[in-house]
Design a protein around this ligand. Structure first.
Ligand code: ZN
Length: 178
């Protein structure tokens, strides 16, 4: 098998794994879209700006499995190896903390994250802003939407200098804030 074929299979495996893990979850927009649309949106954005590294793409597909499903780090490592699992780990929040603590820690982590984790984080935040603009989460008033935008910008400001086009995509979404 060529490397290209191996990489394609890796990405498809990640997509299959994420779809299976998120199968009972819906997004919190009014349409209750399937959750897997969110990781797929990250991948579309990454490819659009020229990020095609199969490890980053796979990690983007898997980026919410540790935080939002019963998936463990050990399980990811068996299926996808240490590099991809570490990227997912880096972008995972500790859910035992309060929202305020998690927000503060995300900003601190953004500074010291690996390049690959920064790319996933940038794509995640950009897609979240786009979603809020297009289909705001049910029950989020304007203040809550704005708060999310301000905080997302703080996180991204802490990791800038990693990918011009992706940062531009974030800024474009941010400019449309409610
Ligand atoms: Zn996400």
């Amino acid at each position: 098998m060529s490397n290209k074929e191996k990489n394609l299979i890796l990405v498809l495996k990640a997509l299959t794994f994420a779809a299976e893990k998120h199968r009972h979850q819906r997004q919190d927009d009014a349409a209750a879209s399937p959750y897997i649309n969110h990781p797929i949106a990250l991948v579309n954005l990454l490819i659009e700006v020229g990020v095609t590294d199969s490890k980053v793409i796979s990690a983007a597909l898997l980026h919410d499995t540790l935080e939002d499903t019963d998936t463990t780090y050990a399980e990811l490592k068996i299926h996808f190896g240490k590099k991809i699992s570490d990227i997912v780990w880096e972008v995972t929040d500790d859910k035992s903390l309060t929202d305020a603590e998690r927000r503060r820690i995300q900003i601190a982590h953004a500074k010291t994250a690996s390049k690959h984790a920064k790319l996933v984080k940038l794509a995640d935040k950009t897609c979240n802003l786009r979603d809020i603009i297009k289909t705001p989460p049910v029950g989020w008033d304007i203040k809550r939407q704005r708060d999310y935008f301000y905080w997302a910008q703080e996180v991204i400001d802490a990791l800038r200098g990693v990918h011009k086009k992706l940062e531009k995509a974030f800024d474009k979404a941010y400019a449309l804030r409610p």
